[in-house]
Design a protein around this ligand. Sequence first.
Ligand code: C2E
Ligand code: MG
Ligand code: MG
Length: 659
Amino acid sequence: MFTQKAQAFPNRRATDQHTLVEMQLAALAYQNLPAMLGVNIAATLGVAFLLYADGVSYLQVWLALVFVLSGLRLLCWFFFQRYCANESREQAKVGGWVLLYTLGLHSAALIWVAMVFITFQLATSEAKFTVIVIISALAGGATGITAPLKYAGRIYITILLLFTSVIIYWVASEHWVFSVLGLVFWVAMIISHRNNHYVLLKSLTLQMENKQLINNLQHLNAELELRVQQRTSALERIAHNDALTGLPNRLGLIDWMEKKLHADNPQEAAILFLDLDRFKQINDALGHEVGDQVLRMIAYRFNEVCPDDAILARWGGDEFLLVTAQADNTRERAETLARQLIDAAIAPLCIRDESLGVGLSVGMAYFPTDAINFQDIIHAADLTVAEVKRNGRGNSLIYNDIYAETQKRRFDLGRALSDAIKQNELTLAYQPIVNALTNEVETLEVLSRWHHPSLGVIDPCEFIYLAEETDRIIALGDWVLYQSCSKAREWRQQDSAIKLAINVSIKQLLAQNFSARVISILQETAFPPDALILEVTESLFGEAHLDTTLETVTQLRSFGVEVYIDDFGTGYSSLSRLHEFPVTGIKIDRSFTAQLDKQGLVIIESAMLIAQKMGLKVVVEGVESAAQFDKLLKLGIVSMQGYYLGRPSPVPAIRSSKQ
Ligand code: C2E
Ligand code: MG
Ligand code: MG
């Protein structure tokens, strides 16, 4: 009976559940009011008709009262409906409305009691009987209709039945049976009203609780969904971005390319492979922390250059990729961009009060001309940048099919190199290092040579680099040491002071038991340790392996083997490191000799000064002319090496004569 048709106060936010239930009860009571008034007026008119026939006085007054009261109650109902529909109120206050409803209800009951009083004094039995029936019907109906209001409903029933019973007994005691019946009926109706009210209250409370529960669940669900969403996008961000620079990583880049380039209508694009120059030296010499900082700063600079419609990604290590997707002017634009990126990279970087310099090599490939799938086009740009590096770095090149062939050659050479070492395909050349004052050969630098049966003479830079990359350098190094020491024994019979200088790559130095192997080969070949010089580049001072290299160099020195820093001045060797390591000499790189009339002279002078202070020997490489020889001699350089003094040869001239 009381299941709600429409939710009253749909827009209210009740502060608590109790208030909300009260609001719903008031709404229910008012909802039944028009029907109640209708029944009341019909009953009033019916009784009025009978009493009119009996000629009862006060009839008009009674009727007027009923109509005025019903009108007022209807007005209340009307305003209550408007009050409920008003959405602007935060919370409904229903106490006043319940009071108005109760006043109307009780007034109606009192009017009926007054009517009983009049009827039982003046009217016929038929009218009396009718009034009793109506009063009973009204009280019966009230157990349901007024059930929303706990006290107002019960007082209404009490006025109707208890008051009526007393009045009947008072004014017409002969009808005491009606009074008794009224009392019994009153008790039954009160109990029924109580039960109805309880059921109604319970159902409303349950309804509220369910609603609350659903709200909570919905809230919880929404919160969970939000968290899952946030977590998913965070994971996606991590998976698609590089943690160090914040740039998209490989996954992020491929994702972008798939969206941009494989759209409905595939676009032309330029792929710029950016590889930093000299980054490895910085990383090795100054440590990974500085290396990371360099990468972050460079990434920032590249990003400034990167156009809005392009993507800049970190491919890995010191490699970045920039992809532009634009239908017009792709090539022109890519070349301009390459220039801008190189300029951005070479501007000095100031880290920990040190000014560092990196360079940039750029390899460019065009999509879809050079390759039609992403992996291939990136590979093409990668091959191109490798070519730039081989050609001297700091520049840009556009992809050419030849680069793929070069790559294939490197791959084939790498495989052939292992066999070459095993099958004694490699040979050795010896280049003199001469005392410029006495014109005597002090040392012979051992240089590897490879004449491949079908590919011809392979440049040492090419195969040594390959050997380092593939770790074949260990076997190659052992072979060089063994061969040259065996051979040099003969030459030492002619000149007992002659020494051997053997190039050693950092990979060899870091290999297990390097110093033990050197000593064992020296013993095997009966070559004196103090006649052996090992040349290592400045990569020796790399932070990452400082402990190992220092230990190995110290061990070698303890046996009497000398250690020189080769190509001095091209890497990053800090003076403190030079001081910490027990190295015996430096070989100043030939690039400075080639620039003797420019800043080369100053650099050689400074290097000499440092070496003197530290008690290190100095050799200058790349002496190609008499003029260079004289200039260096004037500077005080004694040990020199270069084509002017002797080219590398399988059979060296032990006594040097200037060419
Ligand atoms: P490096 O140790 O600096 O060797 C000197 C290089 O300079 C040699 O090149 C030599 O031929 C060249 N050279 C000597 N005098 C002159 C000159 O007056 N002018 C010019 N332009 N060049 C001159 P090469 O033989 O091509 O060797 C290149 C590099 O390969 C060497 O540089 C060395 O780092 C490496 N290398 C060669 N053989 C071996 C080896 O057996 N083991 C290792 N680990 N590295 C080696
Ligand atoms: Mg050398
Ligand atoms: Mg050198």
